[in-house]
Write a protein of this length. Sequence first.
Length: 217
Amino acid sequence: MSEKLHLEGFTVMDDIRGQLLKIAEKLQILYREKLSIETVEKYVFESYELLDAKSEVKVYLLPLAERFSRDRLNALLKSENPQHDGVVDVLFVCVHNSGRSQIAAGFMSKLGGEKVVVRSAGSAPKESISLTVIEAMAEIGIDITQEYPKPLTDEVVRASDAVITMGCGDACPIYPGKRYEDWVLDDPAGQGIESVRVIRDEIKGRVEKLLAELLSS
């Protein structure tokens, strides 16, 4: 029977610990010239625990923890070494990161291409993206089936040039020099496809306007 082990402030099952260390070793190859192995390990273990404890995500935790860790480490590097390379970092935040913020991120990624780095997060993430939202986005040729709800973390806020919130209150920390907007939108949770299409199209218009303003500034 697996036992829980404690490592540098993180308590995980011993069988999971070894797999997380392997993920950290894999990521360290990518970041060895920029980040210490201790930092990479910390983010891997923390990302796993955040997905396990602070969201409803309970399946595929290890591969999701690897993706989440990589995204957070990239954000960490950006926040500590800001570069004016013409690429804009945009973060979309809603409560569950399963509807509005995923729609907005999907549009921003599609429309912005290589000119933007897009992230999304939730103040209380659900287990998965709404199937109706996935269907509504697929209707217009945007595939978000590989995305997943993730918790909001500090480094992704610090790395962002623009932070767009949608009904999540004061969940986002405020840092100077960033653009903050709160979009008042209906929540697609529990709504039928017709209602979700209306929300989707409204978000598209807002994303188009935001993108034009960000790229012209």
